[in-house]
Write a protein that binds this ligand. Structure first.
Ligand code: AMP
Length: 538
């Protein structure tokens, strides 16, 4: 039957079959809010009624500027389910980027957490198209504001009925919008439709992807404001998993531990930097992650030492994932194939540091500079290209001007990778970050990963800097683990036998902190600027 793949169909299913399942959230106005799917989707329908009453039309954008909590989850379904577009905004973007994307997206309303209101107050005169602000709190916590037309979320939906028939429309109708926070140029918008969102969500539930079920309790730390929290609001609801949202407490190791433990989380999702804070808290307090079974980590390369610590200290399986905003985001996830359990502990780590196997629904290939396909031998590296029903066909309102696709219809990811004979892909670098030394390429990711294996290293970045003889040479920039000492020479010696001699960085610089993008990735453009005048030792 030709029934459309609509986000509202997930709400209908989840409410019928898992109505009693829990959603637990930390919010700014409640240390632990707890309710059921049934209540949640009922409130999403009240929101849909309220948005219609505001006069919004099909395809109109409603922005969210919120942390991971139950009201943001309701917004996902209330906005998209009613046929509007849920434009999630990253509050960590620079003010000028926020102004750009709100205007570019033509957002009509913005739903915001209380703590981001000062940000919006400062931008108000630069975003004239915004008709009003919905503040994600109740009357008791509504602050004074200079914002015009600011309404309280709880008051807005309180008067609305839970009776609302989700509208039926073409599955290729736009559902959500997310901007990439590129390091150069203006942010670019990626528009997801209902069909791509559902196909991606189905894929994520599968055993070798996120393996979600109604027995799971999932704590997504990856923000709802970044690539739909990897599609988890949809996948978790399809599976009927218990959901735990950390609210503003995303980067606090102790708070995360307590929430994981007290709610009995079996699975989590997040970028590597988040887990550094959690593991550090566990190390210092002697706590163990007893209930957690697996953590899906992506968005940046996962250090080998992190995978090992989760495995050996906590008995938690790390599933590395790779993807990007333009891919909804999932492209590859790393799980062992049958038979691979026989690999030794070290061999399993060799495998687990790779980005993962392509999941069904996302084809991949690597090509050389002339566009010729390269072999899957685990050695040849080239530009990684993908295609599939949840990969973007263009950027929002750019009409092909970004030139992101090849003539034969593949999306160029901007990543450089190898693929081994079993289909495991490993990211070598972003195209812009590879280090070209004497005509050969050095992988900055592998050098960072190796340095992170040293106990005195809290975080490491490697950038290629101009060199008179070799064009570029690697510089290792390190943040030391608190209370630990290590010399540059000790770190350089640590590379012996782990990478080719000529890959070993030419020098080490210690810093107090490394620059990160709004989504927690190392900001290498900034580092290269910072060290533009640096001279390697003779
Ligand atoms: P974003 O669109 O902001 O999510 O960024 C996507 C980019 O993050 C990818 O193109 C990769 O460069 C990087 N990335 C994501 N996952 C991984 C991973 N597992 N290993 C290395 N880089 C990754």
């Amino acid at each position: 039957m030709d029934t459309p793949l609509l986000i509202s169909s997930i709400a209908t299913h989840a409410e019928k079959f898992h109505g009693g399942q829990e959603i637990v959230s930390v919010t700014a106005d409640n240390p632990l809010h707890r309710y059921t799917y049934k209540k949640s989707f009922g409130r999403a329908r009240q929101l849909a009624n309220a948005l219609e009453r505001l006069g919004l039309g099909r395809g109109d954008r409603v922005a969210t500027l919120c942390w991971n909590d139950y009201r943001h989850f309701e917004a996902y379904y209330g906005i998209s389910g009613a046929g509007f577009v849920c434009h999630t905004i990253n509050p960590r973007l620079f003010p000028e980027q926020l102004v750009f994307i709100i205007n570019h997206a033509e957002d009509r309303w913005i739903m915001t957490d209380v703590m981001f209101m000062p940000l919006l107050e400062a931008l108000a005169d630069k975003i004239p198209g915004v008709e009003g602000i919905i503040v994600m709190t109740d009357e008791a916590h509504m602050p004074e504001t200079t914002l015009q037309n600011a309404v309280c979320y709880e008051t807005l939906i309180a008067g609305e009925s839970r009776d609302y028939a989700w509208p039926q429309f073409d599955e290729r109708t736009a559902a959500a919008l997310c901007y990439t926070s590129g390091t150069t140029g203006d942010p670019k918008g990626v528009l997801y439709d209902h069909r791509s969102t559902l196909l991606h969500a189905y894929a994520a539930v599968a055993p070798d992807v996120m393996s979600l079920s109604s027995r799971d309790c999932v704590l997504p730390v990856v923000p709802l404001f970044h690539v739909s929290s990897w599609g988890s609001p949809y996948s978790m609801a399809i599976a009927g998993s218990k959901i735990v949202y950390p609210g503003p407490k995303m980067a606090d190791g102790e708070a995360l531990y307590n929430l994981l433990d007290s709610e009995g989380a079996t699975a989590t999702l997040g970028v590597p930097t988040i887990w550094m804070a959690l593991l550090q808290y566990c190390r210092q307090s002697g706590k163990r992650l007893d209930k957690l079974q697996r953590t899906i980590i992506g968005g940046a390369a996962v250090p080998r030492s992190m995978i090992q610590e989760f495995r050996d200290v906590h008995d938690v399986e790390v599933r590395q994932g790779w993807g990007m905003t333009e891919m909804s985001p999932l492209g590859a996830v790393n799980t062992r194939k049958g038979g691979m359990a026989r690999l030794s502990g070290e061999e399993q780590l060799d495998l687990a540091v790779k980005a993962g196997r392509g999941i069904f629904g996302c084809e991949m290939r690597i090509v050389d500079e002339a566009g010729n396909e390269l072999p899957w031998d685990g050695i040849a590296y080239g530009a990684l290209q993908v295609r599939g029903p949840w990969v973007c066909s263009d950027y929002f309102k750019l009409d092909g001007s970004a030139n992101a696709h090849t003539g034969d219809g593949w999306f160029d990811t901007g990543d450089v990778a190898t693929i081994d004979p079993e289909g495991y892909m490993a990211i070598t670098d972003r195209t812009k970050d590879v280090i070209k030394s004497g005509g050969e390429w050095i992988s900055s990711i592998e050098l960072e990963n190796t340095a992170m294996g040293h106990p005195a290293v809290a975080e490491a970045a490697v950038v290629g800097l101009a060199h008179p003889k070799w064009t570029e040479r690697p510089l290792l920039v390190v943040v030391k683990e608190a209370g630990q000492e290590v010399t540059a020479q000790e770190l350089l010696s640590f590379y012996a036998g782990k990478v080719a001699d000529w890959w070993v960085p030419d020098d080490v610089v210690f810093v107090d902190e490394l620059p990160h993008t709004a989504t927690g990735k190392l900001k290498k453009t900034e580092l290269r600027k910072q060290f533009a005048d640096y001279q390697f030792p003779a």
